[in-house]
Design a protein around this ligand. Structure first.
Ligand code: AMP
Ligand code: ZN
Ligand code: FE
Ligand code: FE
Length: 289
């Protein structure tokens, strides 16, 4: 059976290489029936995705992926069913966007100091329409011949701890989860495999703290997850009485090995998952009104 639901993907509104309109066409071709686009730190894709999906039989859930700040590890929090007009959520996202802009200037400065001669115009040529992030820098370094691959761009320059790395000032998970709830949405921990916490016990404690902060779900099914990741995080979903989400994290050419709609071991997501997420979101929406 083919998977018909994908709740994690990106467009040119952040660091994907497909425009919202192209992504909708691609989703239809991939046989998807329900999608959520989760661009980083913005909601500007949502209206374009909805407009593009209108002529098609394609259900669109509003989504966003917000970068959070933790002392332990970088984390990403997904918001679903959010009201795109929410003041609380938009105020938080605008603050992150402003920080992103300043950070990009600082990354350019660091690259110049390292003898990598790139300008803001160069970056603009490889950036999407907004929310410029490190994948755009990587693409630029590749195209300008400073590196031979995207991973090399991260390994030599852009990854945490490398010479052109600049930290992004971000909000705490608690603040982000609260803003998602204020927007009538549910919060899911994105790709937990990528948490930089090595041991299972510490990972469990970290997630327990997020649950205390209001986390609703964990992205158990992600294209980067192994079968043992899926088992481990499913176990935590049960233990903490959470919901689960799933998605490919499709970025187009920035992550060309990831296919839209494709999950590990050809897993398929059930409609019931979406229904449960929506029911929980309705509770948050009721609470705020
Ligand atoms: P940013 O939000 O600008 O900090 O960029 C984060 C994005 O960069 C992530 O969502 C990944 O898609 C990508 N990324 C981070 N680290 C790496 C890496 N080591 N190799 C390739 N892509 C990476
Ligand atoms: Zn991304
Ligand atoms: Fe992410
Ligand atoms: Fe993502």
């Amino acid at each position: 059976m083919k998977n018909k639901i994908d709740l994690h993907m990106h467009t040119t509104c952040s660091d994907g290489t497909f425009t919202p309109e192209e992504l909708v066409e691609h989703a239809k071709k991939a046989g998807l029936e329900i999608i959520a686009v989760t661009d980083h730190d913005t909601l500007s894709h949502v209206s374009r995705i909805r407009a593009a999906a209108k002529p098609h039989d394609l259900q669109v859930i509003s989504g966003v992926e917000v970068s959070a700040s933790c002392p332990e590890t970088p984390i990403h929090i997904l918001g679903y069913f959010v009201d795109t007009k929410s003041d609380a959520l938009n105020t938080l996202l605008e603050a992150v966007q402003k920080d992103r802009h300043e950070r990009n200037q600082n990354i350019l400065k660091k690259l110049n100091d390292l003898g990598v001669h790139v300008t803001e115009d160069d970056l603009d040529a490889y950036a999407g329409e907004e929310q410029v992030g490190r994948p755009h820098f990587a693409q630029m370094l590749l195209k300008k011949g400073y590196v031979n691959s995207i991973p090399e761009a991260f390994d030599r320059f852009l990854a945490d701890g490398k010479p052109a790395y600049v930290n992004l000032v971000r909000f705490s998970p608690k603040e982000i989860i609260a803003a998602i709830h204020a927007a009538g949405g549910i919060a899911s921990l994105a790709h937990p495999r990528q948490l930089r916490i090595s041991n299972a016990e510490k990972k469990t404690q970290f997630i327990q703290k997020l649950v205390e902060d209001g986390l609703d779900a964990i992205e158990v099914y992600h294209s980067s997850h192994s079968q043992s990741d899926i088992s481990f995080f499913s176990g935590l979903v049960e233990r903490f009485n959470l919901l689960y989400t799933g998605g490919s994290d499709f970025h187009g050419d920035h992550k060309s090995h990831v296919e839209l709609g494709k999950l590990p071991a050809n897993h398929t997501l059930p409609l019931e998952m979406v229904d449960r997420l929506q029911a929980k979101a309705s509770q948050w929406a009721l609470e705020k009104s």
